[in-house]
Design a protein around this ligand. Sequence first.
Ligand SMILES: CC(C)(COP(=O)(O)OP(=O)(O)OC[C@H]1O[C@@H](n2cnc3c(N)ncnc32)[C@H](O)[C@@H]1OP(=O)(O)O)[C@@H](O)C(=O)NCCC(=O)NCCS
Length: 143
Amino acid sequence: MNTNDIIIRKAENCDLEPVQTLLSTYFLDMDGVDIGDFIVAKSGGRVLGCAAVIDQKYPELHSIAVHPNHRSRGIGALLVKHICANAPDRWEYLYVRTAAPDFFERVGFLKLQDHEKTTLWADCAGCDKFEGCRQSAMRLCLK
Ligand SMILES: CC(C)(COP(=O)(O)OP(=O)(O)OC[C@H]1O[C@@H](n2cnc3c(N)ncnc32)[C@H](O)[C@@H]1OP(=O)(O)O)[C@@H](O)C(=O)NCCC(=O)NCCS
């Protein structure tokens, strides 16, 4: 893995379009998240990866994606590491709801029981697709 060329920084307005394009590759959208809440992984001026945290009741990692030609280089792990390194003191855990649990286990997240989703997130509690949901809830201890 060589990530020497990768710079991780807070997203700026000029990153909006490339971030939207990257997310659309995986049928993801910004889901109401402001571009200012994203970080980007850049190389040679190109956005190769992005991730955001929604800091509501519990901080939740959202919209993490790496360009298809640059996956498995460690960029996803760098994005998570950057978020953890810059986490505010009050964050005890970082949460994620994901269909890619293997990646998150690899970077230190642990799976939660399905029923915990309903106590953590109101949209899970009220979701009529809850029984068939394939998203794992996971969390990473930051302390
Ligand atoms: C998940 C993702 C962000 C990881 O980024 P990455 O830069 O490839 O991750 P890293 O290089 O740090 O780690 C790669 C490892 O993570 C695991 N991994 C990554 N994506 C995975 C997936 N979809 N399913 C299972 N394991 C996965 C593998 O163990 C992989 O190791 P390998 O290459 O030796 O098989 C990237 O694969 C991606 O953009 N996926 C599509 C979008 C997505 O599913 N986002 C998650 C939304 S919650």
